[in-house]
Design a binder for this molecule. Structure first.
Ligand code: ATP
Length: 318
């Protein structure tokens, strides 16, 4: 599915809008320590699109992002980021991307403003530091030493540093780790605003709520391969199925032959797939009357789908 979906996105947004996808990966393979860590990876991020990379520990997300950021050269396949091979890209290319790392250490004895100013020096046209600090709610802390910042404040500073060069593409690795729920919402708002301004985002996160909230599309890596790709709704529907009504009745024949339900062997309950819950409940009542007991409606979530995908056998995909 990922190939078709990605081709569709490229056709719809990437090529049509600007001619060049923010990220275009094809057939990428990486071997580390004699072990294949990535195999035949295909991935695209269209300009202005937010794509989330999801997968269990060790799935290969960091290795792939390393290839995209130019820190690792894949053994096979092609990688283009903003139209260039990251491994050979010049400094002018690096100025067009912003990076927030999973675990940055800001140990210097500098203040927040000094640290941001030092980062700004690297770019030819940086944003004004105070304006960026204000945008992430850090202006009041501009004189605070960075090594005294709390985990959440440090994460906000990380984001400031990533944004300071006005990047066209942002790599966000666990951008809200350690943030309280309210701060997390603020940062989500900020990331959505950036996406609204046309910034492309590759988000790596284990926070399913965050991924669902921010990503236009989700690419799930598993065992170094793309296991599934699509919108959260597509992945949910294809992996966990649609809404079902489960019920108990003594009229098995009506349940199966008239209503089209199937009997679950383990529980003896009847399961009916439905696209319109109220209409199906009316129909159940009409057909089974008082012989209808313990009706339960189940609508799978994206989390259900993701967990099911991780539990499934090694070749499962959607
Ligand atoms: N230098 C290396 N030599 C050998 N194996 C490595 C090396 N670096 C990473 N690996 C292995 O490659 C696999 C993918 O690692 P990677 O860090 O890309 O996973 P990840 O999806 O980012 O995991 P996490 O969610 O835990 O950060 C892991 O099994 C890891 O042990």
């Amino acid at each position: 599915m990922h190939t078709t979906a990605d081709q569709h996105v490229i056709a719809q947004h990437g090529v049509a809008q600007h001619g060049v996808a923010a990220i275009a990966v094809d057939g990428v393979g990486v071997e580390l320590g004699g072990r294949r860590v990535l195999s035949d990876i295909a991935l695209t991020v269209a300009p202005g699109e937010t794509v989330a990379l999801l997968g269990p520990n060790g799935a290969g997300k960091t290795t792939l992002v390393d290839c995209l950021e130019g820190f690792r050269r894949p053994d096979q396949g092609t990688v283009r980021v903003m139209g260039q091979d990251p491994w050979r890209a010049p400094r002018s290319w690096r100025e067009r991307i912003g990076v927030i790392l999973q675990d940055t250490r800001l140990d210097a004895d500098l203040s927040v403003a000094e640290f941001a100013q030092m980062t700004a020096l690297w770019y030819s046209e940086p944003q004004p530091v105070d304006a960026m600090l204000d945008r992430v709610g850090m202006l009041a802390l501009r004189h605070q030493k960075v090594h005294r910042l709390s985990g959440g404040e440090r994460r906000r500073l990380d984001l400031t540093l990533a944004m300071i060069g006005s990047p066209e593409l942002l790599f966000l690795d666990e951008p809200t780790t350690g943030l309280d729920p309210s701060a997390k919402r603020d940062i989500w708002g900020l990331i959505s605003d950036l996406a609204g301004d046309g910034v492309s985002v590759l988000l790596t996160s284990h926070d399913l709520q965050e991924v669902e909230h921010l990503a236009d599309r989700i690419v799930i890596l598993r065992g170094g391969e793309v296991s599934c790709a699509g919108t959260a709704e597509q992945i949910r529907d294809e992996t966990a199925g649609g809404t079902t009504i489960s019920f108990v009745t003594g009229s098995a024949e009506t349940a199966v032959n008239t209503l089209g339900a199937h009997r679950e062997a383990e529980t003896g309950r009847f399961i009916l797939a439905t696209e319109d819950v109220s209409q199906s409940v009316v129909q159940l009542n009409r057909s089974l009357g008082e012989d209808l007991v313990d009706v339960q409606v189940s609508s799978p979530t994206f989390e259900d789908a993701y967990l099911r995908l991780l539990r499934a056998d090694a070749h499962a995909s959607c």
